[in-house]
Ligand binder design. Structure first.
Ligand SMILES: [Zn+2]
Length: 74
């Protein structure tokens, strides 16, 4: 929990204060929502890459080795 300057009134307030206890500004550091969105997008991208790697690389390898069960045999 870091202290930041409110971009409206300049008070030193907690980064997590919402709204600012001094002036009531709801977006204290301005870029807060943007950086959180970027972190979310980055996290989702990493998850998609990891899942793709697992699906296209690891599972075929495991199936070849007979470790992963072959579920689509019809
Ligand atoms: Zn303020």
């Amino acid at each position: 929990m870091a202290l930041v300057n409110c971009r409206v009134c300049g008070s030193r307030v907690s980064e997590d204060a919402d709204p600012c206890p001094v002036c009531g500004n709801k977006d204290i550091i301005g870029a807060k929502s943007k950086s959180r969105l970027l972190k979310k997008v980055f996290g989702v991208s990493v998850a998609i890459v990891a899942l793709s790697y697992l699906w296209f690389v690891q599972i075929p390898e495991l199936r070849e080795k007979g470790i992963f069960p072959k579920t689509h045999q019809k």
